[in-house]
Design a protein around this ligand. Structure first.
Ligand code: DAH
Length: 337
């Protein structure tokens, strides 16, 4: 008898159902009223007591294998039925569209404003060498103004660093092109600063550069007025004397924001004025460092933080919102632009 059972076990193991009928007749053959298993259990009663243990165990193995096979067929069948019932004309799940990041919106706006008056876009590497980030910009080694920009160094001597400003792109552009030059350079910059509501280790700047014959401070002022009018709809500005090693004279630009609302009072600290960028006439040393004849050519440069402009545009109180990827924040910009 044990041989017969083993034979059945083999058969069950090798069985695979080709069709529904096939699997149903398999089930009846083994589990039906007059099926093999019932027959075996009937015979089991007449078996010697000492053989019962071994044979009983084999019958149970056979039974569980049969049941497993039958279950397998049933679940395969269900899956097929489900597929057949799937309605291919059903509308899809609602798809949520992403929105542009506010920094991207502002960056594009700034670029668009300058492209309209003939500026081209230039970019440079975020990992910079000392020459392009400092020395060529009139910031020789040990110059105290280097402390203004807390630098992340990647390697020392020779120094390789994360650029602290996009002014480095000015140098790269002037090295490769000759005047007239009219370019803006948007990009990421890095500073090892304390985190506060107004500062972040990574932020974005746009640098502007215009070099030609007879470029004057009046041209600079006019360009900034044009920018402020286009960007904010306000063109009242004032230029405060300042210091940057790469420009002489240098100035900081304030825009008259007004004092109409409570927020205006808060963000302008009650003065109505807001600082928006740094600028100046390119220092002749910088031109000479890039092989541009400073006797023949002059020019201006300016630099602004994109976060700062975006915070003003949208009245955002903390720079960290830009980097948290919080959908509640980001979704507010989906209708803008
Ligand atoms: N590089 C300056 C900064 O990161 C910004 C700046 C100021 C750029 C004056 C300029 C400029 O081109 O003329 O703070």
């Amino acid at each position: 008898m044990i041989e017969i059972i083993k034979e059945h076990i083999k058969e069950v193991e090798n069985f695979s159902a080709e069709s529904k009928e096939n699997s149903e007749s398999f089930r009846i053959k083994y589990l039906g009223k007059k099926g093999i298993l019932n027959e075996l259990f009937k015979k089991f009663k007449d078996i010697d007591a000492n053989e019962r243990k071994i044979i009983g165990k084999e019958i149970n193995i056979l039974k569980s294998k049969v049941k497993k096979k039958v279950l397998e067929f049933q679940s395969e069948k269900k899956e097929e039925e489900n597929k057949a019932n799937e309605d291919l004309y059903k509308p899809g799940f609602p798809i949520e569209f992403g929105s542009e990041h506010p920094l991207n919106i502002v960056r594009k706006n700034i670029i668009g404003i300058f492209e309209k008056i003939g500026y081209c876009i230039s970019e440079g590497p975020e990992i910079e060498d000392d020459w392009h980030n400092f020395t060529a910009l009139n910031l020789p080694k040990h110059h105290p103004a280097r402390d203004m920009q807390d630098t992340f160094f990647i390697k020392r001597d020779p120094d390789i660093l994360l650029r602290t400003h996009t002014s480095s792109v000015q140098i790269r552009y002037m090295e490769k092109n000759s005047p007239p030059i009219k370019t803006i350079s948007p990009g990421r910059v890095y500073r090892n600063e304390d985190i506060s509501a107004r500062s972040h280790c990574l932020f974005h700047q746009v640098e502007g550069l215009y070099i030609d014959r007879d470029v004057s401070f009046a041209n600079l002022k006019h360009t900034i007025e044009y920018f402020c009018k286009s960007m904010f709809g306000k063109s009242q500005i004032r230029l405060r004397p300042s210091y940057f090693p790469f420009t002489e004279p240098s100035a900081e630009v304030d825009i008259y924001w007004g004092l109409k609302s409570e927020t205006d009072y808060r963000i302008t600290k009650g003065t109505g004025w807001l600082e928006i960028m740094g600028c100046g006439m390119v220092d002749p040393n910088v031109l000479n460092n890039c092989n541009i004849d400073s006797e023949k050519y002059s020019g201006f440069a300016f630099g602004m933080g994109i976060e700062r402009i975006a915070m003003l545009m949208y009245q955002i109180s903390d720079i960290r919102y830009f980097f948290q990827n919080d959908l509640r924040f980001l979704k507010q910009f989906s209708k803008i632009n």
